[in-house]
Design a protein around this ligand. Structure first.
Ligand code: GUN
Length: 286
């Protein structure tokens, strides 16, 4: 079997167009465009790339983005004061603080400070809780983007055995909730998991979010499985590689995401969707 490719680039483009149309509907009805504050602390090269993409794609769909680039040695209180200011700003619909923050900072305290209604990352405990309870609210961009990608491909999830490798707050945990809400039977694996290979071998749906290139071997993949690779690892050669041995896994999977061009573009497009949703919820235009 050779897997079909889950083309995140194409699906992200479709989502961008939908968001663009939603923004145009707002402005065409006399409303204001959504506005997103994008906060970047320090000069982490990967974060700089992601933030640049987020800002430029906002512009493409008509979302106004406000750049807040802060030095790496900024004090926690200064960042908290900026979040307070953005929470109070009537024109700001979404606040995104790019992670990771420098090691001297407390990221959770910053996330906790963001108004849940403006939390377009879906990282605030209130929004994670709403997801866990299957209530509507902002949903984290990468897991929501993965769900959109699978829905777009017409993949049926109810009743499937899903295995997630990784227990991070950004991907693993909200991804588990998303798949549970889609009525999968979910296993979350992590560094203390016993016999990871056997668990992966049983997965109808596998989501790998480990951060180690080629960590999942191709022959671990169940025939016909859906393989979602969240890893974006820069190799010494400069090339990008996922967490899954793509060439090996492709021989066995039914569906597979490439890296690059799989989950990455969906994360960014989902941020746009979350920002439009936040604007529509805060300031509806009829
Ligand atoms: N760092 C890695 N992924 C993300 C994300 O989705 N949002 C933010 N704010 N930071 C990240």
């Amino acid at each position: 079997m050779t897997a079909e490719i889950l083309d995140g680039k194409a699906a992200a483009l479709r989502l961008q167009q939908t968001v663009g149309a939603g923004v145009a509907r707002r402005t065409g009805a006399g409303g204001r465009p959504p506005e997103l504050a994008v906060v970047l602390v320090g000069e982490n090269p990967a974060s700089q790339v992601y933030v640049r993409k987020k800002r430029s794609q906002c512009e493409e769909v008509g979302i106004v983005s406000h750049a807040h680039d802060l030095p790496a040695d900024i004090e926690q209180e200064t960042l908290l004061a900026l979040v307070d200011e953005l929470n109070a700003a009537a024109n700001i619909d979404g606040i995104l603080v790019q992670l990771p923050l420098p090691p001297h900072m407390d990221a959770q305290q910053v996330i906790d400070r963001i108004d849940p209604a403006k939390d377009v990352d879906g990282f605030h405990p209130v929004n994670m809780g709403r997801l866990a309870l299957k209530l509507p609210g902002p949903r984290s961009c990468t897991p929501r983007g993965v769900m959109t990608l699978l829905e777009d491909a017409g993949i049926v999830l109810a009743g499937k055995d899903a295995v997630i490798i990784g227990q991070s707050n950004i991907v693993g945990r909200p991804m588990a909730m998303e798949l549970l809400n889609a009525r999968c039977t979910v296993t979350i694996c992590h560094s203390r998991t016993r016999d990871l290979e056997a668990k992966v071998r049983g997965a109808d749906v596998l989501v790998a979010a480990v951060g180690r290139p080629g960590f999942v071997q191709g022959d671990w993949i169940k025939e016909g499985a859906v393989v979602v690779d969240v890893g974006i690892n820069r190799l010494e050669s400069g090339k990008l590689a996922g967490d899954v041995d793509f060439d090996g896994a492709r021989q066995r999977a039914g569906w597979i995401t490439p890296v690059p061009g799989g989950v990455g573009p969906m994360t960014v497009a989902t941020l746009l969707a979350n920002t439009l949703d936040a604007a529509d919820a805060r300031d509806p235009v009829y």
